[in-house]
Design a protein around this ligand. Structure first.
Ligand SMILES: [Zn+2]
Length: 274
């Protein structure tokens, strides 16, 4: 599933090919995505110019200027990907939507499970209810240990689901929550309200570290966004705990444990994480 680093990598990968370009044609092959493709999307987009791409949490934002200025809100869902296809390159199965650009390149959306969507926002993107209630970006100044400490006081919720709450901080999915808690040495089951300020400072640093490493690694796959092989390779990181239950901890050698926490599988080291 595309997590924040993959969405950020997608933004960086496609931006040089689409920014400043005019949309000359929109081809919708499958309108039944998680949110149906708006009926007037083609009319709105043709002739519009794409401005600087942005990302908020796991949403890609494509601001457009033209007769109908606004923003395309794109979510990759469980299995969506965007890539640049060349003029004349035939669509494959599950290639649901094309934006044809004035230089002949095509921004092509592929999504086998169709949990992703594209929607049109006429007003300011920040005021859309899907974005307005989101917490800070984990790599921004607004996020840090102090915020985690303040937001967690009195909370009996386990720290892992607390960290995955989009109102606390956005984009920390299951993989990165598990990895950050391991780096910070915190037991994922511990009540969020019982963790000290100093440990939250370490946890915030660990969150930044795992996300930044994934984005850096994603940078090596940027060429995959153009032409050739099809789907951009969502990268496999060297993970310490996620998906490694039953295997030895890389730090102490103890067998990693699998538990269910907030309906999600959680792997951790009972020796290193307290
Ligand atoms: Zn260990």
């Amino acid at each position: 599933m595309p997590e924040l680093p993959e969405v950020e990598t997608t933004r960086r990968g496609i931006a040089p090919h689409v920014e400043g370009r005019e949309i000359t044609e929109v081809i919708v092959r499958q309108a039944r995505l998680r949110v149906p493709v708006p009926a007037d999307l083609v009319e709105r987009l043709v002739g519009a110019r794409i401005c600087e791409l942005a990302r908020r949490a796991k949403y890609l934002l494509l601001p457009l200027e033209g007769e109908a200025s606004g923003t395309l809100l794109w979510h990759l869902g469980m299995s969506g990907s965007l890539r640049i296809a060349r003029l004349g390159e035939l669509p494959k199965k599950h290639d649901h939507l094309d934006l044809v650009l004035d230089d002949g390149a095509i921004l092509r959306y592929h999504d086998p499970r169709r949990f992703g969507f594209v929607d049109w926002l006429a007003g300011s993107a920040e005021q859309d209810p899907r974005l307005a209630r989101l917490g800070p970006e984990p790599l921004s100044e607004a996020f840090g240990g102090e915020r985690l400490f303040a937001r967690s006081r009195g909370r009996r919720l386990a720290v892992k689901p607390f960290l995955m709450d989009n109102a606390v901080v956005v984009g920390v999915g299951n993989i990165y929550a598990a990895e950050a808690l391991f780096l910070a040495g915190i037991d994922p089951r511990r009540a969020a309200g019982r963790i000290s300020r100093a440990r939250y400072v370490r946890l915030a640093a660990a969150v930044r570290e795992v996300l930044a490493a994934a984005i850096t690694q994603g940078g090596t796959t940027l060429r995959d966004f153009v032409g050739g092989t099809g789907e951009p390779g969502y990268f496999k990181q060297r993970l310490n705990v996620y998906g490694r239950d039953g295997q030895p901890c890389r730090r102490c050698g103890a067998e990693l444990r699998l538990i269910t926490l907030g309906q999600r599988a959680s792997v951790f080291c009972g020796h290193c994480q307290t």
